[in-house]
Write a new protein. Structure first.
Length: 125
């Protein structure tokens, strides 16, 4: 994890913050990241479907879930985008919300690419 910490300034995950959140336990860090990888793709797909189906309540719930999941691994930019979707779900039009989900998916890809660098499998997620 020391290598990841050195990359903190340019990484999509704030590694120092994540390690602190996990009380310095690198095994816990890996477990939290694995859970994130396993869940966030599904949640993002469901969020897009909810927005496309104009289900505001479900859109807000899923955006909030992605926001929290992202925060749990210190993926701060992902969390910010999800928070923006959560706040705008009731008032923004579908096209604007879908653009935000595209940005969220791009950031998820950036996070996954970063994790792949550290041998945390994301290819099946």
């Amino acid at each position: 994890m020391a290598t990841a910490t050195a990359l903190n300034h340019s990484s999509p995950i704030e590694c120092n913050e994540l390690l602190e959140r996990c009380l310095g336990n690198e095994t816990l860090v890996l477990r939290v990241l694995k859970k994130f990888v396993d869940q966030v793709g599904t949640d993002l797909d469901l969020l897009v479907s909810a927005i496309a189906g104009r289900d505001v309540t479900e859109s807000i719930r899923l955006a909030h879930k992605v926001r929290g999941t992202s925060l749990s691994v210190s993926a701060l930019e992902m969390s910010k985008i999800a928070h923006d979707i959560e706040l705008r779900a009731e008032t923004a039009n579908e096209a604007d919300l879908l653009k935000l989900t595209v940005n969220l998916a791009k950031e998820r890809s950036r996070v996954f690419d970063f994790l792949d660098t550290f041998c945390i499998a994301t290819k099946d997620a």
